[in-house]
Every structure is written in C-alpha cells, then in structure tokens.
Design a binder for this molecule. Structure first.
Ligand code: ADP
Length: 485
C-alpha cells in the first residue's frame, strides 16, 4: 500500500501514520527520560563522593586533635569507601582526568596517613607528615567539590535540552497533524466535494456524463454507477417521448378522420341528390349542389394541406435574430386583419436576441396573435425579457432550467373557461365556427416550443382576457445571449 488508491486506504494510511509517529515520539521521550534519570543517579553518587571526602577530613582533624585510634580507623574506613566509590564506573567522561587525579590523591593520602600514624610522636617528621596529610585532604575535598559542580551543570543542561526537545516534539506533532489533515482533506474531501457539485448540476438538469474527480476506487465506482444511471434515464426519456409522440399521432389521426368525415359526407349527400335528380332536376338546384361539393372539396383539401405543412420534415436550423424585428415583421404580415381601433403594444428591448429556428418561431407568434385577434380584444400587449435562473418561476407548469427568455402575449379579449383551457393544445380542438378554425394552431405552437426545449403556459378566465407565456432556454454554449448580436 505504497500509494493508497481508495478513500478507505487513504484514511487508514493517515491513521497508521499518526499511530507510528506517536509511538516513535513516545519511545524517544522514554529514552530521553531514562537518560535524565541516569544523570540524576550519577549526580547523587558524585555528591556521595564529596560527602565521603568531608567525613575523611572530619576524622582526620579529630585524630590530629585527640590522637584517638578510633578516629584513625574511621578515617581509614572512609578512605576505603572513597576508593571503592572511585573504582566503580562513574560514567562521567567529561571529568575523566579529574577522577584520575582524585584516585591518585586518595592513594597518596592513605599512604601519608599510614606514615603519620607510624611516625614517633612529636618528631619533626610527624609534623611534616601532618602538613602533607592536611594539604592532600584539602585537595581531596576541593576536587570532589569541583566534580559536584561539573555534574550539577551537566544535569541542568541535560534537563534544559530535554525541555527544548519536548517543545520541538509538541510543535512538530501539531504541524504534522495540520499537514496530514490538509493532505487528507485534499485527497479525500476534495473529490467528494467535486462529486457533490456534479450531482447538484445533474439535479439541476445537466445530462452529460460525469468526469472522474479522482481515481479512488469508491469515487470511480460511484461515478460509473451515476453515468450508467444517466444513460438509463436518457434511454427511458427517449422511450417516453416516443410513446407520447405515438399517442399524439393517434389523437391527430382520429381528429383528421373526424374532420374529413364532415366534408366527405356532405359531398356524398350532394352526389346522392344529384344522382336521384339527374333527369328532371332544375339547373339552378344542380348548380347549388355542385357548388356545395366544390366548397366541401376545398375544405377537405385545406385540412390535408395544413396537415402536410405540419408533417413536412423541414430542417430545424437555429440562427441569431432580433426578437423585436421578428415580431414587427409578423405584425406586418397580418396588418390587414388588425382592426383600426385595436392597440398593439410591444415591450421588447432592441438588444434582445434569440438563437432559435426563426421560421418556426414566426409561425408560433402568428398563431398566437391571430388567436388573440379572434378573441376580439381592446388591446394586445406583447412583452419579452430575460429571466435569471435565480428568479423563482411562479408558473409551476412551465419550468425550464437556467436563464430563460420569457415572451408573453396578452389580450383583453373574451378569455376562456377552465375546461376549454385544458384542451386548447389538443389537435383539432376549436371553439370557432366551421370554416374559421381547425384547432391545429396551438397544437403546432406547442410542438415548436417543445422542439426548442422551452415551455408554454396559459392563464385566462372568461371575460378577463388571456395571456400566453413562452419560456425559451438561454443557451450559453451556443452563444445565445440577451445582449449579444
Ligand atoms: P383554432 O384557432 O383553429 O380554433 P387553436 O389551436 O389556435 O385553433 O386554438 C384552439 C382554441 O383555443 C380556440 O378555438 C379558442 O377557443 C382557444 N383560444 C386560443 N387562443 C385564445 C385566446 N387568445 N383567447 C381566447 N381563446 C383562445
């Protein structure tokens, strides 16, 4: 596991690293403490040297003063102890030379004391020896005192270095934990964060496959599962769309059959009458019947040609165009049908551009404006604006992802009932008189807006006018922008 390749391994690796580090730090601290402890013990032994030397001198002085054999033996006893202590390994390399001198002086001191005890009383030799014993004894004490000081300094410096090491360890550990935390968060939390962003984008409507935010096993398998799910979703959507299209085709066909049935039966009736009255009918009546046949044929032809127009596979081609210019052109087309008293107002900014199929959208506006005119309004208002994604859509049935261009066509005409509103997008639904409406206008409008991945919704009530709202997505990737030209 040199380079962890899964989130679990990365986290375990992090924990192991921390555990190993803590173990290493504990061992190091334990060793350092052991060294300090050894130093304290050595310091006690060096102090013992000094105290023994002092005792040697105390009994030396007593012996010189009182000449008691007991003091001499105590003195010899302490000299023995001092030598024994010096023969033990003192493990003080810093004062090796001093210890050697001390050994030498102790040996000499023992000789001098032995010679003094053996010398005859009140002799000058004895007095000389007393001076020498005193001098060597003094040296013993001062050397052991120096040793005590040296050892004390060494103990202090080893305690100070232990303290500094401890501070370094604590600071180092803290820095290491911060670095480890950051590395883990970069390697573990960052891919998860990216994953969260991608999933949020998907829930907001994005449908392209997810890239792999990292090569960790868990992330790779989640990404693969997500991409698989997206593919499935797309497939199902396509199925759904197909079955929906088939359903609307069925409705369309039954509508066509129904619509054609009327003129056909009229033609058939007229033909029957003509056949029955062919011999003795008067010319004028025959002319009326023929005119009726002609009219009904024309009606049937009109139905068929509208359907052909709708069904023809015209290439769907987007282009940039000014919405205001298109709307003005559309109004010019139907100028003759607009009553003089009717006020049509346009609230469309010159800078508002669309990236869409121009011809199809013109068809949409034409159908909607014609319907508005048929509702005998006092006024028609056409407005358009760019809606930011952050704006909450109040129309629940018209939700398009991202920024949109909202186009509304509002008339103050007759309006419609809720029942009528629920059917207006069905093919062949019309409330208009025969010859005035075929009920295909809004059906076609609906299909075109769907082709543009937008939505259309209507709000109306009887006597209160009608508003159609079209919402088209702003497509940044293809350069459509409200301000772009
Ligand atoms: P058509 O215009 O041939 O009747 P449409 O599909 O365009 O077919 O319209 C269907 C029906 O929707 C119309 O017959 C009418 O009843 C209703 N409708 C459409 N637009 C309006 C409007 N602006 N005001 C009132 N009713 C409308």
């Amino acid at each position: 596991m040199l380079f962890p390749s899964s989130l679990r391994q990365k986290i375990t690796f992090g924990y192991l690293l921390v555990a190993v580090l803590i173990l290493a730090v504990s061992l190091f601290t334990f060793e350092s403490l052991k060294r300090v402890e050894a130093r304290i013990l050595l310091s006690e032994r060096i102090s013992g040297l000094f105290e023994t030397a002092m005792e040697v001198r105390r009994f030396e002085r007593n012996y010189f003063l009182h000449g008691q054999a007991a003091d001499l033996s105590e003195n010899a006893d302490y000299i023995n102890r001092l030598e024994a202590m010096l023969n033990d390994d003192l493990a003080l390399p810093e004062a090796h030379a001093q210890i050697e001198v001390l050994r030498e002086k102790t040996r000499r001191y023992r000789q001098q004391v032995g010679l003094y005890a053996a010398a005859s009383a009140n002799s000058s030799q004895r007095r000389d020896l007393e001076q020498k014993v005193r001098a060597t004894g003094k040296e013993l004490v001062s050397i052991t005192e120096m040793l005590v000081q040296t050892e004390r300094q060494l103990l202090q410096s080893s305690l100070a270095s232990f303290r500094i090491t401890l501070v370094f360890i604590v600071v180092g550990l803290a820095l290491f934990m911060i670095a480890l935390g950051q590395a883990l968060s970069r390697r573990v939390a960052f891919p998860l964060q990216q994953m969260e962003d991608y999933v949020a984008a998907i829930s907001a409507g994005r449908r392209d496959t997810l890239p792999f935010p990292s090569q960790d096993r868990e992330i790779v398998s989640i990404t693969l599962a997500f991409n698989h799910m997206l593919k499935e979703l797309e497939l199902r959507q396509k199925h759904l769309l197909r079955s929906e299209k088939l359903a609307s085709l069925g409705t369309l066909l039954s509508g066509v059959a129904h619509e054609l049935n009327n003129p056909l039966s009229n033609i058939w009736t007229s033909c029957q009458i003509l056949q029955e009255e062919s011999v003795d009918a008067d010319q004028a009546h025959q002319q009326i019947l023929l005119a009726q046949i002609d009219e009904q044929c024309e009606r049937a032809r009109h139905i068929v040609s509208s359907l052909q127009d709708f069904a023809r596979e015209r290439h769907f081609g987007r282009e940039h165009f000014s919405l205001r210019q298109l709307m003005e052109q559309t109004l010019r087309f139907i100028k003759a049908e607009i009553p003089a008293h009717l006020a049509i107002t346009l609230h469309i900014d010159d800078t508002l551009y669309l990236y869409a199929d121009r011809q199809r959208l013109q068809q949409v506006f034409l159908n909607l404006i014609k319907n508005a005119l048929d509702a005998s309004p006092g006024s028609i208002e056409i407005a358009a604006r760019r809606r930011a994604v952050a704006e909450v859509a109040t129309e629940a049935d018209c939700d398009v992802t991202g920024d949109t261009i909202d186009i509304s066509i509002q008339d103050s005409g007759a309006g419609m009932s809720a029942e009528c509103m629920s059917r207006i997008f069905d093919p062949f639904f019309t409330t208009k008189d025969v010859g005035h409406g075929m009920g295909l206008g809004l059906f076609i409008v609906y299909q075109i807006i769907e082709e543009h991945e937008g939505c259309i919704t209507v709000s109306s009530s009887e006597g209160q006018g009608t508003t159609f709202l079209i919402r088209l997505p702003v497509d940044h990737t293809r350069g459509q922008d409200a301000e772009a030209g």
